[in-house]
Ligand binder design. Structure first.
Ligand SMILES: [Zn+2]
Ligand SMILES: [Zn+2]
Length: 802
């Protein structure tokens, strides 16, 4: 044997390298190459030492990143050469839990093909076992208590591995080597079915109201019998609460209009779309048009809900997504879901197990209490969920998958930046809240928490923050919060002792869009949403901000209008339409009896609204584009009242005829320089903004709509002309700003850019006009991105010392 001088190689790997089979992979590679040494992981990453000849060590070093396990993410790999010490074997050493916590916690991963095949194979010992998993799939984030990711630090601690599972767990050549949630029917979690306690032998009829209160429920079936009984209940049109990976779902037969309606009534959710869970791609294809990019996203390890165009013949009741050309569909993503959906030959409604907009239930007792007025029966298991993770929601826009809600499958993976940031905790917005924490180059963004409107949501918010700080052992240098003084997140921040950095809402949108795309800025941010607190105390939302993470100038905005009744106007777009009319024609505008909006209000109500508007009582000024959408939707007769924010605007999008090319006039007015020109910061900008904000005047636009209404032009044409007007206005402002400040980059952010028609047309028109367009991908354009933006702004200010 040819002898070459032995050397020792030391490798340090950081990233998502725990819970993905990284150590067994290193073991297999080292033993295959005949190398001796060891591998260990700790709370920072994976460390390897191997000894052998230099060419073989080099081959080891090359193959390490190239052949890494599919779910591993390597953020850095550092190697060093040392003198050999004479290792005689290769071993996997026990985890060490000292040091800073910078290793990535992985999100939960959809069932892998290998595990699914086992679950469906009658000859396999895991046949029909609903908690099958391996190092390539299964729960992670929702079962981790602390780092490093080892079984005693997870909610699997309570299940003692049986001899068969233990030998898999300890065998480096096994797919389940150190698969922390490894389990089987002998030793692992099990199913139970809760049904109403009853005295008589008869089951309650499907339409009977469910029992209320946790004490009204009793276990009636266990194991596979529980699953089969649950499937039978779904076939019978009953509402099933199912404990899954990151919380409970409420499920019902998606074809059954009565059952879906009953779920809507009990959940007090009259018309927001419900998501569907499908057995396989074939079932998705029976419901929706599925382009190739959609197939791979649906079947991905992240397995989000994907918005797809609904087929006319979809076996889905209209009540699942009323008046909506799209359906949100996900594939079964745990063995439990696979087994349940395979018992049924129809798609299921699978909506979050919560009441209205409260956080999703994760605990059995809590679910039996909180969902007891909604579900007819509960399919639960005894693997505790340590933190909630809603289903993520994605869409494919301009050929790229993009997120609209970032949770299961994505959180808590960080957004990676180009440079290291000070440690900042950001508490997010009020609606669609997420929180974020920067640790060096990484910004960890929490799973979707939801609207901070209820005590349950507030406690979930506080729990997630405590969880983040504990998991990453971080001490923030500052806490970033929204400028709005009444947001509960702002109030929470003000009770803390850390340095506070208030961040304007729309500036956070711009900074988030730039940060996730790693654009250092500056850019023209077109930030259109429903509501954000402006630096002048009015409600902003139709904003053009020129700047970067550190500073911005408000270069243009919509002409302001009033929201009579404030919050009430959000629920009642008819009020906004009347406010627009009042702005143009005064009292007389409220007497245009030919308008559906005017007809919807009694003369006395109109008089009252007119008084509010003329006195400016409880009628805050706004420049919100979202509210202009609402007002126009009401004006053309789509919705005078809504059940959720954005409903009228969504209706306006869906009614629009996409073949219409012409646009209403929406002129850009120059306004003389005035002290009202808002400077985001006193520091000089590296570019020359226009002297004062330009104003987009909606008066000619509204007048044209009124003219079309008098001529009985169809709503589909009016809606399209309105969308086209907004697109042209965006391009006009971008061109004006480019002329004044030479800025060729435009970032689109804010809830309005969940509108496909608006976003696609704006992006394409801007690109055609020579602009570089920056769009969200990893975080949503809605307020789910605010925490990332707050981190970026606060960190930029800390670094600049401003
Ligand atoms: Zn697996
Ligand atoms: Zn076992």
């Amino acid at each position: 044997m040819l002898y070459t001088a032995a050397m020792r190689l030391r490798v340090e790997i950081h990233g998502a390298v725990q819970g993905v089979g990284f150590r067994p992979f290193v073991y297999r590679l080292a033993t295959e190459l005949g190398l001796n040494g060891w591998v260990i992981n700790d709370s920072q990453g994976v460390f390897v030492e191997v000894e052998g000849s230099q060419p073989i060590l080099q081959s080891f070093l090359d193959r390490l990143p190239a052949e890494r396990p599919p779910r591993a993410i390597i953020q850095s790999l550092e190697a060093g050469w040392l003198e050999p010490v004479g290792y005689t074997t290769f071993e996997i050493r026990h985890s060490d839990n000292r040091g800073a916590k910078t290793v990535l916690v992985l999100p939960d991963i959809a069932t892998c093909p290998d595990c699914l095949a086992e679950v469906l194979d009658p000859a396999n010992c895991r046949y029909r076992y609903p908690f099958t998993n391996c190092t390539n799939c299964g729960p992670r984030f929702t079962i981790v208590e602390s780092l490093p990711y080892d079984r005693p630090n997870t909610s699997m601690r309570r299940f003692r591995l049986c001899p068969a599972c233990r030998s898999e767990y300890e065998d480096p050549r096994d797919r389940r080597f150190h698969a922390q949630p490894n389990a089987c029917a002998v030793c692992g979690p099990a199913l139970a079915l809760y049904e109403p306690r009853q005295d008589g032998p008869d089951r309650p009829a499907p339409e009977a109201p469910p029992s209320v209160g946790a004490g009204k429920w009793a276990v009636t079936f266990e194991g596979d019998a529980a699953l089969l009984q649950a499937a039978a209940a779904l076939r019978a049109g009953r509402i099933l609460a199912v404990k899954g990976l990151g919380g409970f779902h409420l499920m019902v037969d998606a074809r059954n209009a009565l059952a879906v309606t009953r779920l809507r009534e009990r959940k007090q959710r009259p018309d927001r779309p419900f998501a569907l869970m499908a057995r396989d791609l074939e079932q998705v294809r029976s419901c929706c048009e599925v382009p190739p990019a959609a197939e791979s996203l649906l079947a991905s390890a992240e397995a989000p809900i994907l918005l797809l165009r609904r087929r006319a013949d979809a076996p889905v009741a209209a009540q699942v997504a009323p008046d909506n050309p799209y359906l949100g569909v996900m594939l079964a993503y745990t063995p439990l879901h696979h087994l349940l959906t395979r018992e049924l030959d129809f798609p299921l409604v699978a909506t979050s197990g919560n009441l209205r907009d409260e956080p999703i239930c994760i605990d059995n007792a809590e679910a039996l209490e909180r969902l007891s007025g909604i579900a007819d029966l509960f399919l639960v298991h005894d693997r505790p969920i340590l933190r909630h993770a809603d289903d993520s929601l994605a869409w494919i826009l301009l050929d790229e998958p993009r997120l609209l809600r970032r949770a299961r499958g994505y959180a808590p993976l960080p957004v990676l930046l180009d440079h290291s940031l000070p440690t900042v905790l950001a508490v997010g917005a009020h609606l669609k809240n997420t929180v974020a924490l920067s640790v060096e180059r990484q910004v960890f963004i929490s799973q979707h928490i939801g609207d901070l409107e209820t005590p349950e949501a507030m406690s979930a918010f506080e729990r997630v923050i405590a969880d983040f700080l504990r998991l990453y052992e971080a001490t923030p240098a500052a806490i970033a919060h929204d400028l709005h003084p009444d947001y509960l997140s702002t109030r929470w921040a003000r009770e803390q002792t850390a340095q506070l950095i208030p961040v304007q809402h729309h500036h956070a949108h711009l900074a988030a869009c730039l940060a996730e795309n790693r654009v250092p800025g500056p850019a023209l941010g077109v930030i259109w949403d429903g509501t954000g607190y402006g630096t002048d105390g009015t409600i902003w939302g139709g904003e053009f901000l020129l700047g970067d993470a550190a500073e911005y100038t408000r270069v243009a905005h919509l002409r302001p209008f009033r929201l009579p009744g404030g919050e009430a106007a959000i629920r009642e777009p008819g009020r906004i339409a009347l406010a627009l009319l009042w702005e143009l024609y005064g009292e007389a505008g409220l007497g245009h009896e030919y308008l559906p909006t005017v007809q919807a209000y009694r003369p006395a109500e109109r008089r009252l609204l007119g008084q509010m508007l003329s006195r400016g009582v409880n009628s805050p000024l706004t420049t919100s584009a979202g509210r202009l959408f609402d007002g126009v939707a009401a004006l053309i007769g789509l919705h005078q009242q809504v059940n959720f924010e954005g409903q009228a605007a969504i209706a306006l999008e869906f009614v629009a005829d996409e073949t219409v090319e012409d646009a209403y006039p929406f002129p850009l007015l120059d306004r003389p320089a005035s002290p009202a020109a808002d400077m985001g910061s006193a520091a000089p900008l590296p570019f020359a903004p226009p002297a004062a904000p330009l104003i987009l005047d909606w008066q000619p636009l509204v007048e044209s709509i009124l003219a079309d209404l008098r001529r009985a032009v169809p709503a589909s044409i009016m809606a399209a002309r309105f969308h086209n007007a907004l697109v042209e206005a965006i391009v006009a402002v971008a061109q004006a700003v480019a002329q004044a400040a030479g800025q060729p980059r435009v970032a689109l952010s804010g809830g309005c850019f969940q509108n496909r028609l608006l976003t696609e047309r704006a992006a394409l028109r801007l690109r055609a006009a020579g602009f570089e367009v920056v769009l969200h991908r990893l975080v949503p354009p809605n307020d789910g991105c605010i925490s990332l933006g707050q981190v970026a702004v606060a960190a930029a200010r800390l670094m600049k010392g401003t």
